[in-house]
Design a protein around this ligand. Structure first.
Ligand code: ADP
Ligand code: MG
Ligand code: ZN
Length: 486
């Protein structure tokens, strides 16, 4: 990550506001019946409406409005009557030459989002609009000015979007990343969007300015486009903060601009000077009526909304009693909630599995293949953890069985048998422990003399002798039993 030295940055405060576009998970587009799908053959999901042919008329997708409300409610916004405007500009990926968007009367206003670090970011608005098509510049480095020609795919034109605009409340790249990650988790939890940055279904623009520390007026901002991962978001903001500080320290000024993040070069470059609202000649869309969800509909949407990530983290944390989870476990909780795997942990813990064990296996092993883990049979998952907890499987064995379970499903006990993970019976375990003690008499004497840390030495030897099949807890118990009796 680019960082100015502390001395260069001190005396300046970065100010960041994010604009996040997310595609809604509707089956069809916003104003027509074309399929809303990522990755289809180009220009196969198109019709006169989304191609903007003369005489075609839009019909608003009710489900898109419902999803927009879900997002607004999840972000504690006020849901209000709204209207659509035409935002006029010419670009080849937008066949109508205008984008239908909400301008001064958006559906959701004045919400907030609470970050895991305890800070609150205000949400100014979360409005509906339609997506554009997608242009691919062919030849050169893929940028428009280097390209030999350009291809355009209108499958994405008219896909419903919600744009979530934060207040300029963020103060560092790390906080901006935290916000984007939390927002993504909320979008996924609401069911309104899949939040996939790599597929472009969540796209982030970052507005960045700097000002003298302790100033309370905002500096001139630049808006950075093309941030398609949390990593790019963080790097681009850091680069931009440094660039602006360097300008101001040299006595120059920041010009308000739209800038492009060049991932390869690791820098932002000027795209165009910032457009003003009047450039777009906004006017109310004459072919659509206002959207005014009534109380009953809003209530229905609110009631169907499950708990959001912050609450789900708390629900898991509560299982750790009064003192709560330590910081490592708090991180694990954040991971499983973000991946929508917390139901697995609850199911196992409800069945009597130690919550720390369930959390660890879920955050460390199951999380590595979250997609499979979300589909795994909960009873099988719980049964596997019980085998480990009871000592029928060692930790290493349990992880191997879990890998199998995620890859191909099945009954954990049967998978364990197939893999030859017969639990080492207590008799044979005792025998191996006896042999290991006999082979290491000096260490045994020291252990009996009170050098507890040698337990690890003996456990290691037993594990080696059994090829990892021994259960660590049972070995420890056997060692203690023998020491007490010696
Ligand atoms: P526009 O309509 O030109 O996009 P907005 O006023 O709606 O401008 O702001 C867009 C985004 O820019 C918001 O996320 C807001 O928080 C952020 N923003 C506005 N002013 C600043 C500033 N001086 N520094 C950083 N971010 C800013
Ligand atoms: Mg904007
Ligand atoms: Zn269409």
């Amino acid at each position: 990550m680019t960082t100015a030295s502390a001395s260069e940055r001190s005396g300046w405060e970065p100010v960041i506001g994010l604009e996040v576009h997310c595609e809604l998970r509707t089956a069809t587009k916003m104003f027509c019946g074309c399929r809303n799908a990522f990755g289809d053959e180009p220009n196969t999901n198109v019709c006169p409406v989304c191609l903007g042919l003369p005489g075609s008329l839009p019909v608003l997708n009710r489900r898109a409005v419902e999803y927009a409300m879900r997002i607004g409610l999840a972000l504690h916004c006020q849901v209000q009557p709204s209207i659509f405007h035409r935002k006029n500009y010419f670009y080849p990926d937008m066949p109508k030459d205008y984008q239908v968007s909400q301008y001064d009367e958006p559906i959701n206003v004045q919400g907030f989002l609470q970050l895991p670090d305890g800070s609150t970011v205000r949400i100014e608005r979360a409005h509906m609009e339609e997506d554009t098509g997608k242009t691919t510049h062919v030849g050169g480095g893929g940028r428009i000015h280097e390209a030999g020609h350009s291809l355009v795919d209108y499958n994405r034109a008219g896909v419903p979007l919600v744009e979530i605009v934060s207040a300029p409340d963020l103060r560092s790249s790390a906080q901006a990343r935290l916000y984007a990650a939390e927002l993504r988790a909320i979008l996924v939890a609401s069911g309104a969007s899949d939040g996939r940055m790599e597929e472009g279904s969540m796209r982030v623009d970052a507005n960045v300015s700097v000002r003298p520390a302790r100033s309370d007026t905002l500096g001139t901002r630049c808006e950075i486009k093309n941030l398609n991962s949390l990593r790019s978001l963080g790097r681009a903001i850091d680069f931009e903060i440094d660039r602006q500080i360097a300008l101001l320290q040299a006595g120059e000024r920041v010009v308000q601009q739209t800038r492009h993040w060049d991932e390869g070069e690791g820098r932002t470059v000027a795209l165009r000077s910032k457009e003003e609202a009047f450039d777009y000649r906004y006017f109310p869309e004459p072919d659509l009526v206002p959207v005014a969800p009534d109380e009953a509909w809003q209530r229905q949407v609110a009631e169907a909304l499950g708990p959001m990530p912050a609450e789900r983290r708390q629900q898991l944390a509560r299982r750790f009693g009064q003192q709560g989870p330590d910081s490592a476990r708090a991180d694990q909780i954040a991971t499983v909630v973000e991946l929508d795997l917390d139901p697995l942990v609850h199911a196992a813990a409800d069945a009597g599995v130690d919550v720390s064990l369930a959390l660890a296996r879920t955050a460390n092993e199951a999380a590595a293949d979250a997609e499979a883990a979300r589909r795994v049979d909960r009873d099988a998952y719980r049964a596997l953890l019980q085998l480990e907890q009871r000592g029928s499987l060692s930790a290493t064995q349990a992880k191997t069985v879990l890998g199998e379970l995620l890859a191909s499903g099945g009954d954990p006990a049967e998978i364990a048998r197939r893999l030859g993970f017969e639990a080492l019976g207590e008799d044979s375990l005792a025998g191996v422990v006896g042999e290991v003690i006999a082979a290491n008499p000096a260490e045994w004497e020291r252990y009996c003399g009170g050098e507890d840390k040698l337990a690890g030495f003996f456990t290691g030897k037993v594990m080696k002798a059994t090829g990892g099949k021994a259960n660590g807890k049972l070995v420890a118990a056997e060692l203690q039993r023998r020491r007490a009796g010696s």
